[in-house]
Design a protein around this ligand. Structure first.
Ligand SMILES: C[S@@+](CC[C@H](N)C(=O)[O-])C[C@H]1O[C@@H](n2cnc3c(N)ncnc32)[C@H](O)[C@@H]1O
Length: 302
């Protein structure tokens, strides 16, 4: 984990807006978002609660742009008539050591699905029979597997790999490399990951070496324009607007029999995503929900 400074930003919002605001923070690059229930100051009833949402961003040259984007989003919600108090907004510069300690405390070995165990690279883990262990240090990249959208993608991938042999996969928005590396550990022959964040690409390459999967994994900076070839499995754990924009492009990177796993979709966003899938001429084969998020498996033909 790098020791650059991070800023935590938090705001109080009505319950019904909590998911969209959290989604916006993740879109802007917050690696995780924490929700807490707090008393609703605007209500006389002690039983009424609001959500306190906290996200975090590196304190670098991109921070003020991200802060303006969050403020603009809050304003757009207010313009639509929602009661989000622009003053109920705070930011705290985190001590790098505190930030790293907090983040490390949350990341412990855990099992996803039937065989895969994700463990922080600094923890000892003795695998039980049949378990496949992935040692990860996500650094500043997204992808510990703690986030429900990553877990959903991993679960859907496991089911897909149980049903058929997958020789190649493409991971769009590979972050720490978790999806590609989990796929390779579970039997995929070759994997390519692509991420617009060059730092994430470095982290993913390091994780590939750490797990001795570097011969079968390639991580590239940028996005689809840098990818060649076609794949049996395309994974994309991104966010709604980008998935809608990209879903048709995924077809160009898919084998005839291939499938796409989409994640990063909130339950209430499932419908626009489904519409975009149909419009792209693809077929939704399966979807799975967890903790307010949905993952979808999509194929070329029904
Ligand atoms: C939600 S994270 C997913 C990380 C990891 N694949 C996982 O499942 O945990 C999304 C990642 O997509 C990257 N990203 C965002 N827009 C992208 C784009 N247009 N093309 C490629 N990567 C993108 C971000 O930098 C981030 O690392």
């Amino acid at each position: 984990m790098a020791t650059d400074q991070w800023v935590e930003i938090s705001f109080i919002t009505p319950f019904e807006l909590a998911d969209s605001l959290a989604d916006r923070l993740i879109e802007l690059g917050s690696p995780s978002v924490v929700f807490e229930e707090v008393p609703d100051r605007a209500s006389p009833l002690p039983t009424h609660h609001s959500s306190l949402i906290t996200g975090s961003f590196p304190y670098d040259q991109s921070f003020s742009g991200k802060l303006s984007a969050v403020r603009a989003y809050i304003q757009s919600l207010r313009d639509l008539g929602f009661k989000v108090d622009p003053e109920a907004f705070g930011q705290t510069l985190l001590d790098p050591v505190v930030w790293e300690e907090r983040w490390r405390e949350k990341f412990k070995p855990f099992k996803v699905g039937k065989r895969l165990v994700i463990t922080p690279s600094w923890e000892e883990y003795q695998p039980h029979r049949d378990e496949v262990v992935l040692h990860l240090d996500p650094g500043l990249a997204f992808g510990t597997g703690i986030h429900p959208s990553t877990r959903l993608a991993l679960l859907l991938m496991e089911t897909c790999l149980e049903r058929e042999r997958v020789d190649s996969m493409l991971d769009v928005g590979s972050g720490s490399g978790i999806l590609t590396l989990a796929g390779l550990a579970l039997g995929v022959e070759k994997g390519v990951g692509v991420d617009i964040d060059p730092l994430a690409v470095e982290v993913a390459q390091e994780n590939a070496r750490r797990n001795q999967l570097h011969d079968r994994a390639m991580f590239l900076p940028g996005s689809l324009e840098n990818v060649q070839g076609s794949y049996r499995l395309v994974m994309a754990n991104l966010y709604l607007n980008l998935l809608i924009k990209m879903v048709s492009d995924f077809k160009r990177y898919l084998d005839r029999e291939g499938r796409v796993i989409l994640s990063g979709i909130l339950v209430e966003q499932a419908w626009p995503m489904r519409e975009a899938i149909v419009q792209a001429g693809l077929t939704l084969l399966e979807s799975k929900e967890a903790e307010g998020w949905v993952g979808m498996v999509v194929v070329l033909e029904g």
